[in-house]
Design a protein around this ligand. Structure first.
Ligand SMILES: [Zn+2]
Length: 274
């Protein structure tokens, strides 16, 4: 919140893009209008009109905002923004603090939730597949351009794990690539067939993955009923971490923005064990 942090460092000042142009491009590229979401997608807090340095991160926590301000950014681009449905809307406590940080530094806050989970290239599901070495199935009749999906808004992706034979192999792969031991439910010797995945807190969609023929379902979080569902259906479950499975989409999106507009984009990972 210091005056110093609000003044862009002249060395850092690269080419800029008008905020409205960036927001319009993102809305189109991520097909924002197609999603019924639990939060507003797009510009959530208005800051400077000229954007020169974007910090990307998973969640617009106070820690990320502080890191962005310290880095001299004028814009924060995240997967988890603010103003979620059914949240207490009062500007008190942690919300007051976060909002205060953004407003005092004249930061733009841009957030894309479901549109960023689902995007066929930059999305969290697409990027998790890349990181874990999963091979998405192609949707029939789309010329291989779109993945085969299930569930609402096509949020569950279906595919295979080339070179991996058992649930135990997959669990090892997840641990080594995401640098975090996953929660695994099921026999480690379970033979892998079709694999389904959806990043974040998508444990509530496991039945749809089972119905789509998955032998294993990978998501970020688990709930108490998840274990029973896995045991009773015989579908293996891998809880790989909410944050850990959603680190890659916003980063890929940031790279795309940097390439498109030539602005400086910095990904900052604020560690989260959940
Ligand atoms: Zn999430």
């Amino acid at each position: 919140m210091t005056k110093l942090a609000r003044t862009p460092d002249p060395i850092d000042a690269g080419p800029g893009v008008a905020r409205d142009a960036l927001v319009a491009w993102l809305a189109e590229a991520l097909r924002v209008a197609r999603f019924k979401d639990y939060c507003p997608n797009g510009l959530q807090v208005e800051g400077r009109q000229e954007i020169r340095h974007i910090v990307t991160g998973v969640t617009a926590s106070a820690a990320l905002l502080e890191a962005a301000i310290k880095a001299g950014a004028d814009t924060v681009l995240v997967h988890h923004g603010w103003f979620w449905r059914n949240e207490d809307p009062r500007v008190i406590g942690t919300r007051r603090r976060r909002l205060g940080l953004a407003l005092a530094a004249d930061l733009n806050l841009l957030a894309y939730h479901l549109p960023l989970d689902a995007h066929p290239v930059w999305g969290n599901n697409a990027q998790l597949a890349r990181v874990l070495g999963l091979l998405p199935d192609a949707a029939p009749g789309e010329g291989g351009a779109l993945p085969r999906t299930a569930g609402v808004d096509g949020l569950i992706w279906l595919g295979s794990a080339p070179g991996l034979v058992t649930l135990g192999d997959l669990a090892e792969r997840v641990e080594s690539r995401l640098d975090r031991p996953p929660l695994v439910i099921g026999d480690p010797g379970l033979r892998l067939g079709s694999i389904a995945w959806c990043t974040g807190a998508a444990q509530g969609m496991m039945q749809e993955a089972v119905d789509a023929g998955a032998t294993v379902y990978i998501t970020g979080e688990a709930s108490e009923p998840t274990a029973h569902l896995a045991r009773e259906t015989g579908c293996g479950f891998v809880g790989a971490g909410h944050h850990a499975t959603e680190r890659y989409g916003v980063r890929a999106l940031g790279d795309a923005v940097a390439e498109q507009f030539g602005v400086r984009v910095t990904f900052i990972d604020i560690d989260n064990p959940v």
